[in-house]
Design a protein. Structure first.
Length: 266
């Protein structure tokens, strides 16, 4: 596990706290506004960051993030700008763990080894390739490890025992557990089998378990903490609040929202 993620989760565990991890899309809606969002997020002092790279067909993402991706790409956003934004985030906080959410075509287009090396040079710690299954990830894992990057994998309520073994072998930083089948968004519907799923995963790995998809309110944080998760990830709602803050010219709205989510994880 990357040093920053391992250190942060160990700190939280010793304090009997959980991680709140906000997500934003790099470059959205513009590079300058993306910088402002990153600064607001970091100023609120979350446990870690998850940063997405815009992609033309983000199949795991709901309409909010899909639309943001389309908007960002239409503005001409390019990969070098993404790495510069990661560097900017790192310059604001030397210790905060940073994970990327990407799709495999993005990694492949850069060249896998080069992509992970650029990630590391920019200050990122881990990478979740949403459409890369563990069965096909051996070579990618080797290249990521060589660059000092952990791979994060998605676990769903349908994940079987055999796949847990694959995840345990290749995963680092944490496992991303989806709260329900489907896509990201703010829909408040969680799978009834989550508690049983956590028990199954714990038999195969000691990695922290972070849950995402539909986590949009402080009460969701509280509920997922009670289920036994180590961290909670919010994406779509972050983008919505950022839009609301821009529309109302309320500079404190996003920071207040993130702070309320962090407080619920304490």
């Amino acid at each position: 596990m990357s040093t920053r993620f391992a250190t942060r989760f160990a700190e939280l565990k010793s304090q009997q706290k959980k991680a709140f991890i906000p997500f934003t899309l790099l470059g959205w809606p513009t590079v300058d506004e993306s910088k402002a969002i990153l600064k607001t997020m970091i100023d609120a002092k979350p446990a870690a960051l998850e940063l997405g790279l815009p992609f033309s067909d983000p199949v795991a993402d709901g309409p909010i993030i899909q639309n943001a991706s389309s908007e960002t790409l239409a503005n001409g956003f390019k990969m070098p700008q993404a790495f510069e934004l990661i560097k900017y985030a790192r310059s604001l906080d030397a210790e905060i763990p940073i994970g990327l959410l990407v799709y495999y075509n993005t990694v492949l287009a850069q060249g896998e080894a080069s992509f992970f090396q650029q990630m590391r040079a920019a200050g990122a710690d881990a990478c979740l390739i949403a459409d890369l299954p563990p069965e096909a990830a051996e070579e990618t894992h080797t290249l990521a490890q060589a660059a000092g990057i952990d791979l994060i994998f998605i676990v769903s309520p349908l994940t079987s025992g055999d796949r847990f073994k694959q995840f345990a072998k290749l995963a680092g930083a944490f496992l991303y557990v989806v709260s329900r089948l489907g896509i990201t968004g703010t829909e408040e519907r969680f799978d009834a089998s989550l508690e049983a799923l956590i028990k199954d995963i714990r038999q195969h790995t000691d990695l922290p378990l972070c849950v995402g998809f539909g986590i949009s309110k402080p009460e969701h944080i509280t509920a997922m903490s009670k289920q036994g998760f180590d961290g909670m990830i919010t994406g779509s709602r972050i983008l919505q609040v950022a839009q609301e803050a821009k529309a109302t010219q309320d500079d404190e709205l996003l920071k207040t929202y993130i702070s309320s989510m962090i407080k619920a994880a304490q």
